[in-house]
Structure formats: structure tokens, C-alpha cells
Ligand binder design. Sequence first.
Ligand code: HMG
Ligand code: MG
Length: 297
Amino acid sequence: SLPDKVTIIEVGPRDGLQNEKNMIPTETKVQFIKALKQANLPEMELTSFVSPKWVPQMKDADEVIEQCLDQTRNFVLAPNQKGIERFYQSGANEIAVFVGASNTFNKKNINKTTNESLEELKPLISDLKQNGKFVRACISTAFYCPYEGKVAAEEVIKLSETFANYGVDELSVADTVGMATPKEVYDLLNSLKSNLPKGIMLTGHFHNTRGTALANIYASLEAGVDRFDSSAGGLGGCPFAPGASGNVATEDVLYMLHGMGIETGVDIEKVIKAVDIVAPYMTRTFDSKLYQLQKNN
Ligand code: HMG
Ligand code: MG
């Protein structure tokens, strides 16, 4: 049977904005985050501690965090030691590290092989846990890599077990370039559910590049997954994954789940209002059925 409650992790302020060429004013980002919080989104990725040369849009991470921390789970992404030092300075309590299952992708994204990233992160995650921080690990290219093609499920299972041994609290399994289809999603998440220690939270992160994201969420629900990353307005995409488009739209996910009687606690109308705050700055169209429907009527 499907879960009767699902937790949505809003990634719009991070994944949604990171690839936008126009610099969005910090104040607008803060308003966007606060409006999403008003919609009752329980967990959110606020921003990233990455190199401002690689991802200029995230260079105001410190200011964003300073204005947005509250009692809910607020993730900040960090890929390396420097990012984790900045995280400690910021006073945030939840961190998201990210590693690609595909070596080539990891090289393009963070300039290290997958193993080099793991070696660097191992002692850092151990420290984070000793300091009482919540650690989420995002596994990119968990199904397909834009450079290497199909990624073997065994690789992803091995990487997930490594992170489990490092002591992470959550794994977010990502279809970075939106190539996965429901059966492979069900199979991988189902194996992860049975291979990982019970205490680890398992989350699906789907990009909607080929229109399969909602179907992949349904397949994940069937595998017993009850946490999903999504982005208000369907914004998003990794700058170092050619062809990556937006994350599945939060409002479209909510529509489907609520229609199925699955509770999220999130207010759809307020999510759509939040999107209006960043809309004037966006150079891309919104990959969100609900948002388009409202704006075209
Ligand atoms: P590098 O050039 O190899 O780094 O980049 P380095 O260690 O040689 O340092 C070069 C410079 O960057 C130095 O500064 C460092 O201090 C600085 P300089 O001396 O030249 O002035 N630096 C930093 N500054 C701020 N924060 C840091 C940091 N680290 C070094 N953390 C690096 C390596 C990881 C920095 C770079 O490749 C990078 O920033 N990559 C970010 C990639 C990124 O943000 N990708 C998008 C997020 S992941 C994603 O979207 C996927 C996800 O959504 C799931 C999915 O869909 O798959 C999560
Ligand atoms: Mg992503």
C-alpha cells in the first residue's frame, strides 16, 4: 500500500535558481524562501556553499542563510572542506553533501573523481555527526549520466552503503538529467530500501526533462518512499549536466498526492504565489502544469 503521508523537500531556492543567468537580488531570494515557508513546506534547500566562480548565483549564500534560518530543516549544499567550513560558520544545522555516481559527471561538477570526493567527505561527515548536524547525501546521476549513459544500479547501491557507513541521516537519489523511467526507479529504490539500515531516510529527486518525473514519483511511492525533492514552478537544473532541465514542480506533485488522498500539509495556492516572486527574473519558461494553467487563464 502507498504511504498516507509524504514529506516534500523544497529545492527551488537552490536547484531552482542555481542555473539562472540573471543575478537575482538577495532580498528577492529571501522573500521567495519566506513565501515558500508560508506555504508550510517543512524542509528546504536554501542555497549552496560552492565556488562563486563556478556558480555565481549562489555567491550570496551567507546573507540568504542569515535571514532565513528557523526551527525547520534548512539544508545548505556543500561539496568539499571549504564548503563545510563555511557551513559551520553559518550556524545552519542541516547540510547536504553531493556526489555523482558517475565519475565523469562528478569531475565536471566538482572537479574530483567520485572516490576522491568520498575520501574527502569521510572524516568531514564524521565530524559533522559528532557536532550533532543532520547530514543529507545527494547522489547525482543515480540512473543515467549525461556523459556516460546508463549507470549500473550496483554502483548506486555501493555508494549508498558507503554513505550509510559514514553515518549520513538521509540519501537523496537523483535523476539529474531526467532520463529514468518508472520501472528502473521502482527497482533501484526497492533494492535500496532493503539494503540500507532502517534508520536512513530515502528521498527521490526527479528532474522532469523527458516528462517522466511524476510517473517516477508514483513508482517510488510503490517502493515505499515517502520523501521527495521538488521545486516550486518546476525551476532547476545542474549547470554542469548538459540538457538538464527543471525539477518536478512542487505544485504538480502536491496536486497528484493530494488527489490520491496523500497528505503533505503544504498549501498549493501559496506555493504558486511564491513562484510569482521570482518569475520576473526567470529567463526560462516554467515547467509546471499548474502554474501555466493559472497564468494562462
Ligand atoms: P576547484 O576549482 O577544483 O576548487 O573547484 P579548488 O579547491 O581548486 O579551489 C579553487 C577556488 O575556489 C579557490 O579560490 C577556493 O578557495 C575556492 P581562489 O583561491 O581561486 O580564490 N573554493 C570555494 N569557494 C567557496 N565555497 C567553496 C569552495 N571550494 C573552493 N565550497 C569546487 C571545486 C567544488 C569548488 C567547484 O567545482 C564547485 O564549486 N562546484 C559546484 C558545482 C555545483 O554547485 N553544482 C550544482 C549543485 S549539484 C546539483 O545540482 C545536483 C543535485 O541537484 C542532485 C541532482 O539533480 O543530481 C544536488
Ligand atoms: Mg537536481
